[in-house]
Design a binder for this molecule. Structure first.
Ligand SMILES: Cc1cc2nc3c(=O)[nH]c(=O)nc-3n(C[C@H](O)[C@H](O)[C@H](O)COP(=O)(O)O)c2cc1C
Length: 358
């Protein structure tokens, strides 16, 4: 049925559709729906406390026996840099005054936590079939513990060199994330994001560079993208933005609204929300402070000073100060339940493949 079964066999899936773990909008509800439909549901843990991750996994394991993916960021937590953080706060001060917020009040710290021994305990406890990482891999001792559970390990590569690096360190498959992708770049060997290739250029070069199977990600939102990924040599796709249109996605109202009208040229890469480049729909803070700013503190610290601005403006219906993550193909999104979307992507891709085979 599928031109390449490597990921299906490796991960025990029926359909070569991986729902991208998306920190914020995705919780157990989406994961269960996608995995039950035969794809791979992915639970993002980057914004969760260990207690929350445990609770979500408890629900998932009760409601589906199908394979699941648990996803973690593995950045190095940066040293505090009070001077840089003060300069960043000063840059944002005019917005604080405009919204009537006292800029001298202490800002919260960003909640994005890297994979650590405590999260590794959770992997050992729940034994997900797949564990995926963003921003490289954790250190060897932690990675060995993950692999000892029997989990297949995936991580994102934004270049062929990153793919080779990941394969050499034991990744079972590579997610080739092209520039079109929504959310954070998985980039980790350099921080020069200007050079990130697009999905069409990246996928075949990653396929040529590694022996493990490749999962294409970035700008894939309908069957045409799925089939193109297979033609380029991928064995599956990982789809993020298209799943933001599902009722299971917990997307803030202002974010949902701009997604509905997003066009191909509405997004840009920005570091103003977290300190690391990520793709989102251009809004006021990106326009006026970025989209890339040298002042933004290291990931994830930039987010702290923005949090009070979001907290004040979002309840008023404003998306001016919040990240509106989206890939370049949001326009192709369809509002339908996640299980239906998963099956529709697969069924429509099959029809297209059959047409090409004739
Ligand atoms: C809202 C949003 C949040 C994301 N959060 C994560 C995350 O927590 N972990 C991760 O590995 N990738 C994350 N990504 C990136 C996706 O894994 C994937 O690379 C991307 O969505 C693919 O491009 P597409 O959005 O065009 O489908 C996120 C993407 C979006 C849109």
């Amino acid at each position: 049925m599928w031109p390449d079964r490597r990921i299906l066999d490796l991960l025990g899936l029926e359909l070569p559709i991986l729902q991208a773990p998306m920190a914020g909008p995705v919780d157990s509800e989406m994961v269960i729906a996608v995995s039950e439909a035969g794809g791979l549901g992915g639970l993002p843990c980057a914004l969760m406390t260990p207690e929350k991750a445990r609770a979500e996994l408890g629900i998932i394991r009760q409601r589906t026996a199908r394979p699941i993916n648990i996803n973690f960021f593995c950045h190095k937590q940066p040293e505090d840099d009070p001077a840089r953080e003060a300069a960043w706060k000063r840059r944002l001060e005019p917005f604080y005054f405009e919204l009537g917020i006292d800029p001298s009040a202490p800002a919260p710290r960003s909640a994005r936590a890297p994979f650590d021994a405590e999260f590794c305990d959770i992997v050992e406890e729940f034994r997900p079939e797949v564990v995926s990482f963003h921003f490289g891999l954790p250190d060897a001792a932690l990675l060995d513990r993950v692999k000892a559970t029997g989990a297949k390990v995936l991580s994102s590569a934004t270049t062929a060199d990153e793919a080779v690096w990941l394969e050499e360190r034991g990744c079972d498959a590579i997610i080739a994330q092209g520039a079109e992708a929504g959310g954070h770049r998985g980039i980790f060997l350099t921080d020069d994001v200007a050079n990130q290739p697009g999905t069409f250029a990246l996928v075949p070069q990653v396929v040529d560079a590694v022996k493990v199977p490749v999962i294409a990600a970035g700008g894939i939102a309908d069957a045409r993208g799925v089939v193109a990924a297979f033609v380029l040599g991928a064995s599956a796709v990982q789809i993020g933005t298209a799943y933001l249109f599902c009722p299971e996605a917990k997307v803030a109202a202002p974010h949902k609204e701009v997604l509905r009208t997003a066009k191909d040229d509405h997004t840009a890469l920005t570091n103003v929300f977290t300190g690391r480049p990520a793709r989102g729909i251009v809004n006021r803070i990106m326009r006026e402070v970025g989209p890339m700013s040298d002042l933004a503190p290291a990931f994830p610290l930039a987010g702290g000073a923005l949090a009070p601005l979001r907290a004040k403006s979002e309840p008023l219906g404003s998306g001016d100060f919040m990240s509106l993550w989206s890939g370049q193909a949001a326009r192709l999104g369809r509002e339908m339940p996640a299980a239906e979307l998963t099956r529709a992507l697969a069924d429509e891709a099959q029809l297209l493949l059959a047409r090409f085979a004739r």
